[in-house]
Design a protein. Structure first.
Length: 562
């Protein structure tokens, strides 16, 4: 710990507030409440994605207040600002969902701009919804000033007829209702129960997956990922996070010293061990890009092949995030993986301790929510990276819950998500169909929409074992079954997915990591010669700008100067 008599460093705010020439800046800061003493202390940004739009974020202002208290107690001055966060659950299945992935870049950009403009010395980043978590971590990596991440926490499950329900159950209930197997009354009961209060979606969906990744990357305090949003522990963690980032400032401990290649491999290992969201691949690639760390799809596949699934968490397992918290949280999983030789225990974390030091006293697996490696639920990882004639640059699939690891079917092609959803809900999809949804990629959408509405409708209609879905778009962390995402190159870039026609034979072979379009080269050459890129869906505004800058899913769909 820093001695109370040792002045804290002010590498950025010092030049901003010192000397006669900075009188105007000091005058402005006095106007927002800084005292004479405050003007001699480091300034710490508290960046929050609070808003009233979604339960994931509605409580973050309270956590920001607690984080600011921790910063002050540690001897620095906190200044809070906000950024955006969109709700995937609300916009799912609509044109609005195209804004979701774009918001990740806007969040990172906005935090970067504020922190650079106002010369903050350190920052606490607070997020709840899916894209705000990676957006904040991207900003931490990009700015590389002492930083810490604080998660808003998971929502608790609701209950219908004594059974726990989450937002996943609502989407699947819509499919059951459209298939005539659920009444209006029961659909309404599920709708009313599924989201009982503040917090991010309850299973190992994208937000909870990325909160685990933040902990595995070393950017949070230990045990931070799993406590529920409504728990008092969240407030304590927020206050401790504020104090911890001031200590990181005192020791000049920066994100790029923490988010090393081995830290990213640790995070990927945790994703595989929990069968986390396919979006984690996209987001970890993007965060690594900002940190200047080499990370590829092949790294994820290598990690998957050596990492067993040891956690039973929805949608692939039985339990929700709050139940994982009850048995010790993410440290239980990290400790088990570490002592099985699957993690780098020497990786540094934001509290100045190594991963091994943080988790050595974690409880042993309980045997139900988390198992020992020798008694794993599945011998290899929860995600697989596919390649082949249909995805030369890769694709991602979640493997638990796939009844047929080798699936052969005939293509049914849709050029947008809504048309496929209509076909499923109107009973126009049959066993053996391979539903191909294209022109939903990073550039083609633009924005790479998630498609939980479609995948849940398939399961709700009783076709989860008999239908395969593949897309150049994305899936929700709640997606379950034979669903292949992030097919690259995307259709808009002329990838093979653009050449698929109704009736074409498609083969998925998960053990061999293959995704093949069984059409001869000569026929594909003819189709390629006749293919024309569609007119862009947006020619102005932020979506048009995004489409002009975004890279492929295989590199994280990051915005670069073309």
């Amino acid at each position: 710990m820093t001695s109370p008599t040792t002045p804290l460093p002010r590498p950025r705010s010092g030049p901003l507030t010192t000397g006669p020439s900075r009188a105007a800046a000091r005058a402005m800061l006095r106007a927002v409440g800084l005292s004479e003493d405050d003007l001699t202390k480091p300034q710490v940004a508290v960046a929050s994605s609070w808003n009233e739009v979604t339960p994931c974020n509605v409580h973050l202002n309270g956590l920001a207040a607690a984080a600011k208290e921790g910063v002050r107690q540690a001897g620095a001055v906190p200044l809070e600002f906000g950024t955006i966060a969109v709700s995937d659950g609300i916009s799912m299945g609509t044109e609005g969902m195209k804004a979701s992935l774009v918001s990740r870049e806007v969040i990172a950009d906005s935090v970067e701009l504020m922190v650079n403009a106002e010369r903050f010395d350190a920052m606490v980043t607070i997020a709840g919804c899916d894209k705000s978590l990676p957006g904040m971590l991207m900003a931490c990596a990009r700015l590389n000033i002492p930083s810490i991440f604080l998660y808003g926490g998971t929502i608790l499950p609701g209950f219908v007829h004594g059974k726990a329900v989450t937002i996943q159950d609502v989407f699947e209930a819509v499919g059951e209702h459209s298939a005539g197997t659920m009444s209006d009354e029961d659909l309404l009961k599920v709708e009313r129960a599924a989201c009982p209060g503040a917090g991010s979606c309850a299973g190992m969906y994208t937000a909870n997956t990325m909160s685990m990744c933040a902990e595995a990357l070393g950017m949070t305090l230990p045990g931070e990922a799993s406590p529920p949003a409504v728990s008092g522990e969240r407030t304590v963690l927020a206050r401790q996070s504020g104090a911890a980032v001031v200590q990181a400032l005192a020791h000049d401990l920066r994100p790029r010293q923490i988010m090393t290649r081995n830290a990213f491999l640790n995070a990927a290992t945790l994703v595989m061990a929990t069968a986390g969201s396919t979006n984690a691949v996209l987001h970890l690639l993007a965060i690594a890009h900002e940190a200047g760390v080499e990370l590829t799809l092949d790294d994820f596949d290598a990690v998957s092949r050596r990492t067993p699934v040891i956690a039973s968490v929805r949608p692939s397992g039985l339990y929700v995030m709050s139940e994982l918290d009850q048995v010790g949280g993410v440290p239980v999983i990290l400790r088990e993986l570490l002592y099985a030789g699957l993690l780098d225990g020497d990786a540094m974390t934001v509290n100045g301790r190594t991963m091994e030091e943080n988790v050595r006293d974690a409880p042993a697996p309980d045997g139900s929510v988390v198992r020992q490696v020798e008694d794993a639920f599945k011998a290899d990882g929860g995600l697989a990276i596919l390649r082949g004639s249909l995805a030369p640059k890769g694709a991602v699939v979640k493997t638990p819950g796939i009844e047929n690891l080798r699936f052969h079917g005939r293509a049914r092609v849709f050029d947008r998500e809504e048309d496929c959803f209509e076909a499923v809900t109107s009973g126009k999809v049959g066993k053996g169909d391979v539903l191909v949804i294209r022109y939903e990629g990073p550039r083609g959408g633009p924005g790479m929409r998630e498609m939980l509405a479609v995948t849940a409708a398939i399961k709700g209609a009783g076709l989860g074992k008999d239908v395969m879905l593949l897309t150049d778009g994305r899936f929700s962390g709640a997606t379950f079954g034979a669903c292949v995402a992030h097919v690259a190159p995307e259709a808009y870039e002329g990838g093979p997915i653009a050449l698929v026609m109704d009736g074409d034979p498609v083969v998925l072979d998960v053990p061999e990591r293959r995704l093949e379009l069984q059409v001869g080269d000569a026929e594909l050459d003819l189709r390629r010669a006749g293919w024309k890129r569609p007119e862009p869906n947006y020619t102005e505004g932020v979506l048009a700008k995004y489409a002009a800058l975004v890279s492929g899913a295989d590199t994280g769909a990051v915005c670069t100067v073309r």
